[in-house]
Design a protein around this ligand. Structure first.
Ligand code: ATP
Ligand code: MG
Ligand code: MG
Ligand code: MG
Length: 469
C-alpha cells in the first residue's frame, strides 16, 4: 500500500526529474502577507515570483505545501466530518512554472503522472476546463484522448482563478476521479456536484492574463503555471478508499482517539472522531509554526478549531483533557516529514492541556444552557441571537461551535441577532468605560456583576477573558 510519504516522494521526484527545483514547504503563517491568515495553497509562497517582483534562478519548482483552510475565502471548517474530502489542514502538492512552460506541458505532465506513475485507470478520470478555453479542451483531447463528454466546460469562477481584483489570472482545468455509482453526487457542473462521488484531485491554473483594472485585462507576455493536488485525496484513491479519513494516517489518528476516549469510531461517534483527528492536526501544525491561542487573528482561528474538537471529545464522554494525549500519535505519523512537530511536542501538549482544562470549566454549563434553549424548538428551529451571544460571551462558545452543535438537530442561529447583541455589548462597554473612568476596581467589579449576573460571571477566577471568545 502506498504510504503518504511514498506518494509525496513520487510526486516531487517526478517533477524533479523534469527539471523542477524541489522547495520545502513554507511555514503556515505567510511571510510578509498581512492579508492572509494562513497559507491556503501551494502558490502562496511564490506570489511575488508570479507577479515578477521576485526572480528565482530556476524557473520551475515543485513542493508539498502545508495549507490551512479554516476561514476567509476558503473555509472548510464546516465541511470536516461531513464530506469525504475536506480537512482544515492538508498538504497541497504542486508544480510551478514561472514564465517557463505553459498549458501543453502542464497537461501532459499531469496526465502522465496520474495515469503512469500513479497508474489511475483512465476510465475513472474526467476533467473540467473553463468554458471559453478551447485551447485546453483541444489539448486534453490530443494528450489524454478523452472523449468530449469527459471534458466538461465550466463557466463559473471555479474554473477561473485570480490572485485578487488585479494581478495575474487565468482559466483552470481540474482533474476528477469517479469513486463509483454507489456514492451520491453528480459530475462537476451538475446540480449535485457537491456530493462525494466525483472528487476533485488536481487543479491546474493557467496564468495567462493580467487584470490591470476592472475593465482591462491584458495577455501576460510570459504565462505561468500553478497547480495544486491534495495529498490526502490522491492517497485515498491509491489506498483503495473513498473517504480521506480512511487513509492510513487518519485511521491511525482515529485509532489513537478511540484508545484515549474508549469509544469506537462508528455510528454517531464517527463524525466526532474524524473532527478530532482533523483538528488535532491543524491545531498542532499551527502551534508548531508559532501561533498560540488568543482572542483575535490567527490565535482566534486556532482557539476556535481547538474548542470545536474539545466539544466533540466532550460528546464522546471526555471529562478531562484528551487532545494533548493524541500529540504523540500525530508525531508518529508526521514527525519524519515535519520535524517541527517533534521540536514543539512539549509546547503542543502543554498548550492543548491548558486550553482544554480551561474550556471544560464552562463547556458543560454552556451545553446545558443550549439544551434548555432549544428544548421547545423543533427541526428547522432558529436559536435566538442573544442566546448564542451569551454562549459566546459567558461560556466561551465561538459562534461556529454553537452552529456546529445545532447542525445535528437541524437548527440554526439568528446571526443578525448575534451581531446585534455583540454590537450592543461593545457600545455598553464603551459607555461604561467613559462614565466610570475613575471608578475604583470594586465599582467596576460590581458593575460587571450586575450586568452579567453573579452566578454567570466566570471571568474573575482565571486569566483575563477566560470564558470569552
Ligand atoms: P473542493 O471543490 O473539493 O472544495 P477546491 O476547488 O476548493 O476543492 P482548490 O482550491 O482547487 O480546491 O485546491 C487544489 C486542490 O487541493 C484540490 O483539487 C484538492 O485536491 C485539494 N484540496 C482543496 N481543499 C482541500 C481540503 N479542505 N482538504 C483536503 N484537500 C483539499
Ligand atoms: Mg473548496
Ligand atoms: Mg473545487
Ligand atoms: Mg478546485
Amino acid at each position: 500500500m502506498a504510504s503518504l510519504r511514498d506518494i509525496r516522494a513520487t510526486f516531487l521526484d517526478y517533477f524533479a526529474s523534469h527539471d523542477h527545483e524541489v522547495v520545502q514547504s513554507a511555514p503556515l503563517v505567510p511571510q510578509d502577507d498581512p492579508t492572509l491568515l494562513f497559507v491556503n495553497a501551494g502558490m502562496v509562497p511564490f506570489k511575488n515570483v508570479f507577479t515578477g517582483k521576485e526572480k528565482r534562478a530556476i524557473p520551475r519548482a515543485t513542493s508539498s505545501q502545508k495549507c490551512v483552510r479554516a476561514g476567509g475565502k476558503h473555509n472548510d471548517l464546516d465541511n470536516v466530518g461531513y464530506t469525504a474530502r475536506h480537512h482544515t489542514f492538508f498538504e497541497m502538492l504542486g508544480n510551478f512554472s514561472f514564465g517557463d512552460y505553459f498549458k501543453e506541458r502542464a497537461i501532459s505532465h499531469a496526465w502522465e503522472l496520474v495515469t503512469k506513475e500513479f497508474a489511475l485507470p483512465k476510465d475513472k478520470l474526467l476533467v473540467t476546463v473553463f468554458s471559453e478555453d478551447d485551447e485546453a479542451r483541444a489539448l486534453w483531447r490530443k494528450i489524454a484522448g478523452l472523449p468530449d463528454e469527459k471534458i466538461i466546460g465550466i463557466s463559473t469562477s471555479d474554473n477561473f482563478w485570480s490572485m485578487g481584483d488585479t494581478g495575474p489570472c487565468g482559466p483552470c482545468s481540474e482533474i476528477f476521479f469517479d469513486h463509483g455509482e454507489d456514492i451520491p453526487g453528480g459530475p462537476p457542473g451538475s446540480p449535485d456536484e457537491d456530493g462525494d462521488r466525483f472528487i476533485e484531485i488536481w487543479n491546474l491554473v493557467f496564468m495567462q492574463f493580467e487584470q490591470i483594472d476592472a475593465d482591462t485585462r491584458i495577455d501576460l507576455p510570459k504565462p505561468s503555471i500553478d497547480t495544486g493536488m491534495g495529498l490526502e485525496r490522491i492517497a485515498a484513491i491509491l489506498q483503495g478508499k473513498h473517504n480521506n479519513y480512511d487513509v492510513d494516517l487518519f485511521a491511525n489518528l482515529i485509532h489513537a482517539g478511540e484508545d484515549v476516549l474508549g469509544v469506537k469510531a462508528q455510528g454517531d461517534a464517527l463524525a466526532s472522531h474524524r473532527v478530532i483527528a482533523d483538528h488535532l492536526r491543524s491545531t498542532c501544525f499551527m502551534m508548531a509554526d508559532g501561533v498560540s491561542p488568543s482572542n483575535e487573528g490567527r490565535g482566534y482561528v486556532l482557539r476556535r478549531i481547538m474548542r470545536r474538537a474539545m466539544r466533540h471529545a466532550h460528546l464522546l464522554g471526555a471529562t478531562e483533557p484528551v487532545m494533548w494525549k493524541l500529540v504523540p500519535a500525530l508525531k508518529a505519523e508526521m514527525g519524519d516529514a515535519y520535524p517541527e512537530l517533534g521540536r514543539a511536542q512539549a509546547l503542543l501538549e502543554d498548550t492543548l492541556k491548558v486550553e482544554e482544562e480551561r474550556f471544560q470549566r464552562t463547556l458543560g454549563r454552556g451545553l446545558s444552557l443550549l439544551e434548555e434553549a432549544t428544548e421547545g424548538l423543533g427541526e428547522g428551529g432558529v436559536l435566538p441571537g442573544e442566546t448564542a451571544f451569551k454562549l459566546y460571551d459567558t461560556y466561551g462558545f465561538p459562534l461556529d461551535l454553537t452552529q456546529d452543535a445545532l447542525r445535528a438537530k437541524g437548527m440554526t442561529v439568528d446571526e443578525a441577532g448575534f451581531d446585534k447583541a455583540m454590537d450592543k455589548q461593545r457600545a455598553d462597554a464603551r459607555a461604561s468605560k467613559f462614565s466610570s473612568g475613575d471608578a475604583a476596581p470594586e465599582a467596576v467589579w460590581f458593575g460587571v456583576r450586575d450586568t452579567a449576573g453573579a452566578t454567570q460571571f466566570l471571568g474573575y477566577d482565571g486569566t483575563e477573558g477566560e470564558g470569552r471568545l
